[in-house]
Design a protein around this ligand. Structure first.
Ligand SMILES: [Zn+2]
Length: 465
């Protein structure tokens, strides 16, 4: 039970509300057990950047006050020791917790803890009230105010709110609401809550294992913990998710620096490890394409080829990435029907030597007659090319290999994802770049996306080894 063990009320002041750009200027930590205060501590912090005038005005924390204060790095150990192992209670915890996590990440350190947001708790306990910001609570419950918008002042108001709650509600009610907030009940029977708590709120790839340690599912997210929990919450509403959640016995994961790295790793693992449910959902990644070859009379005929082989061997254009030749054929048939292209000419329709004269589609006016010389090759080819244009695979647009550089915006750590001829060769920092160039439809699609609209915190540079 939360209020049986020590917890910490935390309030953070910052130069603004942007978790990535803004920095902390003050923190207060009140250690509590039940309604009893065990310790309190607060310090100003030098944010190493300017505090906008309106923020100085609101908080009463001026540039002069923080100029001589310690920077976060100097206080990190102290702060970590005071917060470690305690539930962090804050009003709009996302803000305070977010700032703390990011300050630690700038130092390349991990800070992760359980949190309780008193805005959400207030919303659950007083669902009829419209406002749940600190000013509203102070007014509604007649809470004492000391120094509003200073860290310790706000933490004290919050402390008063918690004491008020402990008077007004039974421990069972409070605990029930807190549990409901955490939605713990939704965790599958086989899954350890501690493991879920330790999932990083970072980009990466997660793996669900079932009975007998069979790999069920591989997924990616920019926030591993939130995404995994989402699976389990969704299982209350969605029968497909429920089937998955009920089978999960073990969760594993691998962090990545960003979304691009997570997408690459997810694609690789799905291919290598063949998780049961990804397999059912997606089938193989697309590895077949359409190639055009001229027949004796100059009409384009279509051939369905293995993409990787053709990319290596020739420079002819390829169209589409299909998981199965069947899929490519279906697309060709529908193009042929829309454009009145002769399926016999295209090589889509099987012909025996006995079949002469117009094709069946011509007889029902869906072929414009390329089979019997009613349509000329030039017109036929032109319509085919136009219809296929949107499927055309792009040739490698660089004279050399490239690297997609991914950077953690806070720790500034970077990795170079090396790619040549649409083939993923690996991460330069990890050494062991692959020499075998294996075309991969997922990597192709991912990189096309990257080149069009770069993923957050990435850029593309030439790679010179
Ligand atoms: Zn025809």
């Amino acid at each position: 039970m939360l209020f049986d063990e020590p917890y910490v009320i935390v309030d953070v002041e910052a130069t603004g509300g942007d978790l990535l750009r803004d920095r902390m200027t003050e923190i207060a930590i009140i250690e509590m057990q039940g309604a009893v205060e065990l310790d309190r501590w607060s310090t100003l912090l030098n944010p190493q950047q300017t505090i906008p005038p309106f923020v100085q005005e609101m908080t009463g924390i001026s540039q002069d006050m923080v100029q001589t204060a310690p920077v976060f790095a100097e206080m990190a150990d102290e702060i970590s020791a005071r917060l470690q192992g305690r539930v962090l209670v804050a009003h709009n915890a996302r803000f305070d917790y977010g700032f703390l996590k990011n300050e630690f990440r700038r130092l390349d350190r991990r800070f992760q803890t359980r949190t309780l947001c008193t805005v959400k708790l207030s919303q659950r306990l007083y669902p009829d009230e419209g406002k749940h910001n600190l000013d509203a609570l102070i007014q509604r419950h007649n809470l004492p105010v000391h120094e509003r918008h200073r860290a310790l002042g706000d933490a004290e108001s919050l402390q008063a709110f918690i004491r008020f709650l402990l008077q007004q509600h039974s421990p069972e009610t409070l605990q029930g609401e807190i549990q409901a907030l955490k939605r713990r009940t939704a965790l599958p029977a086989g899954v350890d809550a501690e493991v879920v708590d330790s999932l990083p709120e970072q980009p990466g790839v997660y793996l669900f294992y079932g009975a007998g340690d069979e790999l069920l599912y591989v997924g990616k997210s920019i926030n591993l913990r939130a995404r995994v929990l989402e699976h389990f919450y969704a299982s209350n509403r969605n029968s497909k998710e429920m089937k998955l959640a009920q089978q999960v016995c073990r969760i594993d994961w691998q962090e990545t620096l960003g979304e691009f790295g997570a997408l690459v790793l997810e694609a690789q693992w799905i291919k290598q490890k063949q998780p049961l449910l990804n397999r059912m959902g997606r089938g193989e990644a697309g590895s077949y394409s359409i190639e055009l070859v001229s027949d004796d009379e100059g009409f384009y005929q279509t051939k369905i080829v293995a993409t990787q082989e053709r990319l290596r061997q020739s420079h002819t254009a390829l169209y589409g990435l299909f998981r199965h030749p069947r899929e490519a054929k279906k697309v060709l048939q529908s193009i042929a029907e829309q454009q009145g292209l002769c399926q016999r000419r295209l090589g889509v329709e099987q012909v025996t030597s006995k079949q002469q004269g117009p094709c069946f589609a011509f007889q029902v006016r869906r072929c414009r007659g390329a089979c019997i010389g009613r349509e000329q090759a030039a017109a036929f080819n032109q319509r085919l090319l136009t219809a296929l244009a949107r499927l055309k695979l792009e040739s490698w647009p660089f004279p050399q290999p490239i690297a997609v550089v991914e950077q953690d915006p806070l720790s500034k750590q970077t990795v170079h994802h090396v790619i040549d001829q649409w083939c993923y060769l690996g991460i330069a920092e990890q050494g062991l770049l692959s020499s075998a160039k294996t075309f991969d439809a997922d990597i192709y699609r991912l990189l096309r996306k990257q080149l069009k609209t770069p993923f957050d915190h990435t850029r593309v540079v030439p790679f010179t080894g």
